[in-house]
Ligand binder design. Structure first.
Ligand SMILES: *Cc1c(COP(=O)(O)O)cnc(C)c1O
Length: 495
C-alpha cells in the first residue's frame, strides 16, 4: 500500500508522493502532508553503520513509497556525490557543549543544498512515473540564496530547465557572482530592475498565465516550482537528523535510545518541521528548540498561541531567517488541529486576510515538543565571538542565532540533555558579518580578502564554492524590466 499525501486544506485530496513532488502545492492552496508518519523500522545498530546515502534511502523510502528502489537510489547517488566537499555529507562537530550538525558542505555552502541537490532528480523520476512528457521548467525568484542552490541543483539535469530572476541591485556582490557564473546548458539567470517582491510577483504572474501555459504545452514544456513547501524538499531534510543521531551513537556520545534535543535556526519552518517528523518516526528527540532572529513571529507564537505578521520587517545579519510568514508552519498547525482540514483552512484564511490568527487552547497543549526563543543582533554577534574565543570554532550568523537560543534554553530550563544544533551556513558565506563579530577590521577589504583573513584566523580552508567564483567568468548578463520577464522566458525556451 502506498503512503498517500493529502492537502492540509482539503482532506479529500489524495495524491501519491510523486504527484505531490510534481504539484508542489495543492490546488486549494494547502500543503501536502503524509496520511501518517511512517515508523523508522531500522535498528539503531544498523543505522550506525550506514553511510549518508544509505541513511537517506532508509528514511526516504518510507515516505516516497511509489518510487522503485533503483529509482530512489539513483536519485540519492546523483544528489549526494562530489558536489559535497566531504564524504560524510553532514559532519558533526562538538564545540562549546553542543554538537553542530554542519549542513553546509554542498555546492552553495548553505543548508538549502541538502534538499535542492536531490529535488531535481525526484522531479524527473516523478515526471516519468506520471507520464509527463514535457520538459519541466523551474521558475524561481530569489533574494540571493535559494536561487543559487536551485541553479546548482538543476544544472544539466536532463529533462529540466531553470530560470532564476533576481533583483539586480538587491543581492550581495558574492550572491550575484555566484549566480551569474552558473554553468549548465539548461540554466538562465536574469536580473530585473526592481526589488525582490517585484521579482516574486512577476514569477507568480507567469505561473498563473494560462496563455503562456498553452504555448508552453504546445512546445513541450511545463512550469514547476522548487519552493520550500514541496515534500521533495521536506523529506530529504529528515535524513540528516536520523544520520546525526546514529553518528552520536556510533561515536559513543550517547547510549542507545538516549533522548537528544535539536536546535534549529528557523525561517520558513521547513528544517525544524523535518526534525519534528523525525521525532514522529520514532527518533528519540526530546525538545525541538526553535530559534528566531529579531523577526521573532515564531517566538511570539509559541509564547501566546497568537501568530501575527503585522509588524516591522527587520533586516538582520541572518537574512535567510528574515521571514514573517513561515509557510511550513501550516503543516504543524494542521497536525495540532487534529488533522482537521477545515480548521486549518480557516486559520490560513485569517492569515491571508488579516495577517494573523489565534490557535485554540487545545491546540496549544500539543505544542509541548517545542521551545521557542530569539536572539538579538547584538547577542548573535557576541555568540560568534564567544564560541570562537572559547573553542576556536567559527559559526555563521544563522547558526549563532541557534547557539544563542540554546544557551537561553539551558538557562531557562536547566535541561542538560545533549543537543544537536543545525548549522545552516558556512561562515564563509557571511564573511563580513562574521569577521565584524570577531572584532576584525573589515573596512576597505572585499569579500575575497575577508575570506582569506577568515581562513587565517580560523585555520580552516576556504570552501571550493568561494574559490571557484573568485575567478569564474560571468556567463549571464541579461537584465530586464519586470514587464519583460515573460518575453525573456519565452526567448530562453525558443517559443
Ligand atoms: C533557509 C535557511 C534557514 C531557515 O530554514 P527554514 O527551513 O526556512 O526554517 C536558516 N539558515 C539558513 C542559512 C538558510 O539558508
Amino acid at each position: 500500500m502506498d503512503l498517500l499525501y493529502r492537502s492540509t486544506r482539503d482532506s479529500s485530496v489524495r495524491v501519491t508522493a510523486s504527484q505531490a513532488v510534481l504539484k508542489g502545492l495543492s490546488a486549494d492552496g494547502g500543503l501536502f502532508v503524509p496520511e501518517s508518519i511512517p515508523k523508522l523500522d531500522v535498528s539503531l545498530d544498523e543505522l550506525a553503520q550506514m553511510s549518508y546515502q544509505e541513511t537517506a534511502y532508509a528514511v526516504m523510502s518510507r515516505f516516497l513509497t511509489d518510487f522503485a528502489e533503483e529509482e530512489l537510489k539513483g536519485c540519492i547517488e546523483r544528489a549526494y556525490d562530489e558536489k559535497f566537499d566531504t564524504p560524510e555529507i553532514a559532519p558533526l562537530v562538538k564545540a562549546g557543549g553542543a554538537y553542530y550538525l554542519e549542513l553546509f558542505h554542498g555546492a552553495t555552502i548553505a543548508f538549502k543544498d541538502m534538499a535542492l541537490s536531490i529535488l531535481p532528480h525526484l522531479m524527473t523520476v516523478s515526471a516519468k512515473k506520471n507520464q509527463v512528457k514535457n520538459e519541466i521548467v523551474i521558475l524561481t525568484a530569489t533574494s540571493g540564496d535559494t536561487g543559487k542552490a536551485a541553479l546548482a541543483g538543476f544544472a544539466d539535469v536532463p529533462g529540466t530547465r531553470i530560470v532564476v530572476f533576481y533583483p539586480k541591485n538587491g543581492v550581495s556582490p558574492i550572491q550575484e557572482k555566484q549566480m551569474v557564473t552558473q554553468k549548465g546548458a539548461n540554466v538562465k539567470v536574469i536580473g530585473i530592475h526592481g526589488n525582490f517582491d517585484d521579482a516574486q510577483s512577476g514569477v507568480k504572474a507567469l505561473f498563473g498565465d494560462r496563455e503562456l501555459e498553452k504555448e508552453m504545452e504546445a512546445a513541450g514544456f511545463q512550469f514547476s516550482s522548487a519552493n520550500s513547501i514541496n515534500i521533495g524538499r521536506l523529506v530529504p531534510q529528515i535524513v540528516y537528523y536520523v544520520y546525526a543521531y546514529a553518528k552520536l551513537y556510533a561515536n559513543g556520545e550517547i547510549e542507545k535510545g538516549e533522548q537528544i534535543n535539536v536546535t534549529v535556526p528557523t525561517g520558513n519552518f521547513g528544517n525544524i518541521l523535518a526534525a519534528y517528523y523525525a521525532k514522529q518516526m520514532g527518533l528519540p528527540i526530546a525538545k525541538l528548540i526553535c530559534a528566531s532572529n529579531e523577526n521573532k513571529v515564531l517566538f511570539d507564537f509559541f509564547q501566546t498561541g497568537h501568530y501575527d505578521k503585522n509588524r516591522e520587517f527587520i533586516l538582520t545579519s541572518s537574512p535567510s531567517m528574515d521571514i514573517l510568514i513561515s509557510s511550513n508552519l501550516e503543516r504543524l498547525i494542521y497536525r495540532i488541529a487534529g488533522e482537521d482540514d477545515r480548521a486549518d483552512a480557516a486559520l490560513m484564511k485569517s492569515l491571508s486576510e488579516k495577517g494573523a490568527y489565534e490557535i485554540t487552547p487545545a491546540m496549544r497543549e500539543k505544542l509541548g515538543d517545542f521551545y521557542g526563543n530569539f536572539a538579538s543582533e547584538q547577542e548573535t554577534g557576541r555568540t560568534i565571538y564567544n564560541l570562537y574565543d572559547k573553542t576556536g570554532y567559527v559559526i555563521d550568523p544563522h547558526t549563532a542565532v541557534a547557539s544563542c537560543v540554546y544557551e537561553k534554553y539551558k538557562t531557562d530550563t536547566a535541561d542538560g540533555t545533549k543537543t544537536v544544533i543545525a548549522s545552516t551556513a558556512s561562515p564563509y558565506k557571511f564573511t563580513r558579518s562574521v569577521m565584524t563579530a570577531l572584532g576584525q577590521e573589515c573596512g576597505g577589504k572585499d569579500d575575497f580578502e575577508l575570506a582569506d583573513a577568515l581562513s587565517g584566523l580560523s585555520g580552516t580552508e576556504i570552501p571550493r564554492a568561494v574559490e571557484e567564483i573568485r575567478t569564474a567568468p560571468v556567463l549571464h548578463d541579461t537584465v530586464v524590466e519586470v514587464r519583460e520577464m515573460k518575453a525573456a522566458v519565452k526567448k530562453f525556451l525558443n517559443i
